[in-house]
Design a protein around this ligand. Structure first.
Ligand code: ADE
Length: 254
């Protein structure tokens, strides 16, 4: 899968993503991150990419033409007014606090694409006309304002790439799958068996796989109920876990 990132800070994106699991996937050729500098498409002799806002106000606005040229260099073709986003073109994601809030389901959907283009804005914004012409998806990573689209695009690429077949090892994807049932992660422990007077739960030392699995499922339910109770609505539980959950709710009422 190929991720193109249109940005003013290509090093930030490339260096930030070339580590750990994603770095391994890039080296193996399973994913590719291509950060393109929008400034390279400025036709201004000072390589300006922004200008004053019409109507006045503070800050600068990113001009449409360098962004559009950058986009065209990635898609090798021109758009027309009646067909702003022709079929067969990769989706273009603009990172903005007013976009649809990103989640795991969206990551899974985007991972079905062969290629994605991210547009990272800066300054006070981007000229609306180029957004209308090239953007297919407006996405936010949460209800707070960041200085630019680079960190959000990196967050999205990390989450999407993990859903691409071959990026995670079998073991890693098994772990992920178990949390895709919508519950939060159970607590984890490693050596030493006792640390600062606290012991690792006995069941984890038992070697009894079914008991360990049941304990982990129950701790996932406890944690979800405690920290993100609203997530429980979308969760499907097996019979035994469903009973555990019902009993937990009843005991809370008492
Ligand atoms: N750009 C600035 N803030 C953002 C956010 N929260 N999500 C996505 N893009 C952004």
């Amino acid at each position: 899968m190929k991720f193109h990132v249109m940005t003013l800070f290509p090093e930030m994106v490339e260096q930030g993503l070339h580590t750990s699991i994603l770095g391994r996937a890039m080296d193996a050729g399973i994913i590719c991150v291509d950060a393109v500098n929008i400034r390279d498409f400025s036709e201004d002799k000072h390589r300006h990419v922004d200008d004053y806002p019409y109507g006045g106000g503070a800050g600068m606005v990113m001009a449409p033409e360098p962004i559009f040229k950058c986009y065209e260099s990635l898609t090798a073709g021109s758009t027309s007014a009646d067909e702003p986003v022709p079929a067969g073109r990769p989706r273009v994601i603009y990172l903005t606090p007013w976009g649809r809030v990103f989640n795991q389901k969206m990551a899974k959907e985007f991972a079905k694409e062969e290629e994605l283009i991210f547009l990272c804005g800066h300054y006070e914004g981007v000229d609306e006309r180029v957004l209308e012409e090239i953007v297919t998806d407006y996405v936010s990573i949460g209800d707070y304002v960041l200085s630019g689209g680079e960190l959000p695009s990196m967050v999205m690429i990390d989450a999407i790439a993990r859903m691409v077949p071959g990026v995670l090892t079998n073991e890693e994807s098994g772990e992920t799958e178990s949390f895709m049932n919508g519950l939060l992660e159970y607590p984890q422990y490693t050596r030493p068996e006792e640390w600062h007077g606290q012991k690792v739960p006995e069941v984890l030392l038992s070697g009894h796989h079914a008991k360990v699995a049941e304990w982990r499922m129950q701790r996932s339910i406890d944690r979800t109920v405690q920290y993100r109770p609203e997530l429980m609505d979308g969760v499907e539980l097996d019979k035994k876990s469903a009973k555990y959950y019902r009993d937990l709710l009843n005991s809370e009422k008492e």
